[in-house]
Design a protein around this ligand. Structure first.
Ligand SMILES: [Zn+2]
Ligand SMILES: [Zn+2]
Length: 390
């Protein structure tokens, strides 16, 4: 009850902070104003604050009066290059930039978890560490934070992602693989240009690209265990300059690979390269595959998930805790969970009427912050207190 009251007392500050971040969104590695505000807020609570981790990240430590475990709360803080069209009163004041994924809420929630726990500092056993992570949307912020030593001495990790398509008041979680590893690739094809009426004089990169696209589909249908999950999508094919009568000398394919299993991920990365190079070579040309590696899959620890569920039932009731299917979207929370057992859960933030909700990364994205955010704070506070003990 004491926790619920503490959360209620801080709710006006929580909503105000979230809406302030929403008005002033900042793109990946440009979160200067956001992190300065967070750092000042955390310092005012008496936490030990380090700025400038992974460029624009902030780390804060709350050390309890007695020894115990160390639990890390992770929140991402960056916005997206989208022109807001949500119609909310506190809409983005920065043209072309919008918090369309709810990271403004994540930052405000984690800061207020710190505020609630700072109030119980004298009774706290162990350390609660807060990682405010930049650049999640370009999957570039988590790794440098981990490399900077943010996880040193950490026993357990916890975090949440708001979810606009789930009604506020619900919580979604699942043990094991929850979000996919998302890797991007570009295939550069080199052939030989020619007159379209004299194909024998050239090496046709359009035909080469077509063969490769079709062949890549066999990697999921024929080389992946049907019980496992993978997606290979070619999203861009570029060749030629618009002519009807020229065989283009080069072509470019861009695509994404989504997987859950680390070994399958490695295999498909290798096979995409082998197929592309092999087909190009067989057709008299060459292929170069350039990877933009994403983060690994988000995998929740089964024991921690069970403990989290117990905690969540106290906050949102038995029927409020949903078992959700895995999603093929990625999140670099994986960099933390890959090294330390923990839980990443979905916090419902939408309307019970699904027609009112908009997906993440949509110009009309909105969340019911007044209903969802206080629950997020309470869920994290109670989880942290539970995870600090064996
Ligand atoms: Zn996002
Ligand atoms: Zn997100």
């Amino acid at each position: 009850m004491e926790i619920t009251q503490a959360v209620a007392a801080l709710t006006p500050s929580l909503i105000e902070m979230r809406r302030d971040f929403h008005r002033h969104p900042e793109l990946a590695f440009q979160e200067v104003r956001t992190s300065a505000k967070l750092a000042a807020f955390l310092e005012s609570l008496g936490l030990e604050v380090t700025r400038g981790i992974a460029q624009t990240g902030v780390v804060a430590r709350l050390k309890g009066a007695r020894p115990g475990k160390t639990v890390l709360v992770r929140a991402d803080i960056d916005a997206l290059p989208i022109q807001e069209a949500s119609g909310v009163a506190y809409a983005s004041q920065t043209p072309g930039v919008m918090h369309a994924c709810g990271h403004d809420g994540h930052a405000a929630i984690a800061a207020h978890v710190a505020a609630v726990l700072a109030g119980f500092k004298d009774r706290l056993e162990g350390e609660v560490r807060f990682a405010f992570q930049p650049a999640e949307e370009i999957v570039a912020g988590a790794r440098p934070m981990v490399e900077a030593g943010v996880l040193e001495g950490v026993d357990r990790v916890v975090g949440l992602h708001l979810y606009s398509l789930m009604p506020a008041g619900k919580v979604g979680v699942r043990p094991g693989p929850s979000m996919a590893a998302a890797d991007a690739f570009t295939i550069h094809l080199q052939g030989k240009g020619a007159h379209a009426a004299m194909p024998h004089e050239g090496v046709d990169t359009v035909l080469m690209a077509s063969q490769i696209i079709v062949a890549l589909q066999s990697l999921v249908s024929r080389e992946t265990d049907p019980i496992q999950t993978a997606v290979i999508t070619i999203a861009t094919l570029r060749a030629g300059e618009g002519a009807h009568n020229i065989i283009p000398e080069t072509a470019e394919l861009k695509g994404t690979l989504r997987t859950f299993d680390a070994a399958l991920r490695e295999k498909l990365i290798r096979r995409i390269e082998e197929l592309s190079r092999g087909i190009a070579l067989a057709m008299g040309g060459s292929a170069e595959v350039v990877w933009l590696p994403g983060s690994p899959a988000v995998v929740n620890d089964a024991v921690m998930v069970e403990r989290f569920r117990q905690v969540a039932r106290q906050v949102v009731g038995e029927e409020g805790v949903l078992e959700v299917p895995p999603v093929m979207g990625g999140d670099d929370m994986a960099e933390f969970l890959n090294r330390c057992p923990g839980v990443y859960f979905w916090l419902g933030a939408g309307d019970p009427d699904p027609s009112r909700n908009r997906p993440h990364h949509h110009p009309g994205f909105w969340i019911d912050d007044e209903r969802a955010l206080p629950l997020g704070v309470e869920l994290l506070v109670r989880s942290v207190l539970d995870f600090l003990h064996d």
